[in-house]
Design a protein around this ligand. Structure first.
Ligand code: PGA
Length: 258
């Protein structure tokens, strides 16, 4: 089963407006010839509309880092899936560990957001992963299974919609630490994630992309993406400089062509 690789930038709460515009202009120039990869930039809300104009006609898609599950309402400070779609957003990160640990998002919230993203035509980038304590206690697989089942079981959508889902395995201890998971561990998790998906959705599991995130750099990205089970990467720190992000994408592109 050939799944198209995907490389996703997650800028988090970084990048000025002018910095984002500069990035949006320079990146397509640097990577004009790249094809056969899905490329996504998940930017802060306030730069999405402008970035959308800059990325039009380029191979880059726009993503948001969070959203509310309702389409409108008295929800001060929240952003709805319809608002995102209207400015050209196609992807949305759901359940990032920073949302879970710092902003109290639980599995029930994540489930509502994933269902809503699909319902409003956005592709969820669904993040799961264990912290160090859970890993040390050998609870990683149990946790991954719980996170997957609570978000995905019983989701009412057509298969051709569900198959767009991207699952990012992001061990929390590897995020922003400069200490990525070993390729073996990431591979083990990706296999396990796909086996749980197969329990929930049967053959559809083979079509769903499972990517790795956590201290990915231009130097280490292909250690993950050269594994057949790992379909790309979610990149935080190394996506903030246009040269770094271009180097990441180029590394995956060269590897897939060779
Ligand atoms: P990092 O972040 O690449 O800076 O470790 C990844 C993420 O949190 O998505």
């Amino acid at each position: 089963m050939m799944r198209q690789p995907v490389v996703i930038a997650n800028w988090k709460m970084n990048m000025s407006f002018t910095g984002a515009c500069d990035f949006g202009k320079r990146l397509p120039e640097m990577l004009g010839e790249v094809s056969g990869l899905d490329l996504v930039i998940c930017a802060p809300f306030v730069v999405l509309a402008e970035l959308s104009l800059l990325l039009e006609g380029t191979p880059f898609f726009l993503g948001a880092q969070n959203m509310h599950w309702q389409k409108e309402g008295a929800l001060t400070g929240e952003i709805s899936p319809l608002m995102l779609r209207e400015v050209g957003v196609k992807y949305v990160i759901i359940g990032h560990s920073e949302r879970r640990t710092l902003f109290g998002e639980d599995d029930a919230t994540v489930r509502k957001k994933i269902a809503s993203a699909f319902a409003y035509g956005l592709t969820p980038i669904f993040c799961i992963g264990e912290n160090w304590e859970q890993r040390s206690a050998q609870k990683t697989k149990q946790l991954l299974k719980e996170q997957l089942c609570s978000a995905l079981q019983g989701l009412k959508q057509e298969e051709n919609i569900l198959q767009k889902l991207i699952i990012a395995y992001e061990p929390i201890w590897a995020i922003g630490t400069g200490n990525p998971a070993g390729a073996e561990d990431a591979l083990d998790a990706a296999f396990f994630i796909r086996s749980v998906l197969a329990e929930i959705w049967g053959d559809l599991a083979q079509k769903i992309r499972v990517i790795y995130g956590g201290s990915v750099t231009p130097d280490n990205i292909t250690e993950f993406t050269n594994l057949q089970e790992i379909d790309g990467a979610l990149v935080g720190g190394s996506s903030l400089k246009v040269a770094d992000f271009a180097a990441l994408v180029q590394a995956v592109w060269h590897e897939r062509r060779s």
